[in-house]
Design a protein around this ligand. Structure first.
Ligand SMILES: [Zn+2]
Length: 165
């Protein structure tokens, strides 16, 4: 997935998830918001695997989800009385941006480790293939070690390998 597409996809998912979690605000005051911040970071980080794109997707999706919640008249519970609901939403949207950056970094690091493992496995396969070859005594071509006939010159090889063992 390209980084632009990953950013767009995660922005949409984050917006939907943040809006849906805001519906639980009356049941779980503050915790629904906290979960929305974590979810915004995890989704954008996992999809983009990039700190910058993850942060952008989290803040755009989070902002859109919160704007939809405001438009739907969903109340938010602020943990500090001095913090107005709108200010608290701005604050949590900034938190989503930070969560996107942090989890984008984390998932990129994890993705990098996974790629390293894949490269190691591929190297092992190549080594095995190299071991599984021998050189034909008649034409000097590389041929499978268990070949009965040389695929290049057609000489029979089994008797030769039996004698040499
Ligand atoms: Zn040969």
């Amino acid at each position: 997935m390209s980084s632009r597409r990953a950013t767009a996809v995660s922005t949409v998912i984050v917006a939907v998830v943040v809006y849906l979690l805001s519906l639980f605000e009356s049941l779980f005051p503050f915790y629904a918001t906290l979960l929305a911040v974590i979810a915004a970071g995890v989704i954008s980080g996992l999809v983009t695997r990039n700190p910058l794109y993850g942060g952008v997707a989290a803040v755009l999706g989070g902002g859109a989800g919160q704007a939809a919640a405001i438009a739907a008249g969903i109340q938010i519970t602020t943990p500090i009385p001095q913090l107005t609901p709108i200010l608290f939403r701005v604050f949590t949207t900034a938190g989503m941006f930070a969560a996107g950056i942090i989890l984008g970094t984390l998932f990129r690091a994890l993705g990098g480790k996974m790629e390293e493992v894949v490269v190691e496995e591929k190297t092992e396969v190549v080594e095995e293939k190299e071991e599984a070859f021998k050189v034909c005594k008649f034409c000097n071509e590389q041929i499978p070690v268990d070949a009965i006939f040389c695929p290049f010159c057609g000489h029979k090889l089994v008797e030769e390998s039996v004698k040499s063992e």
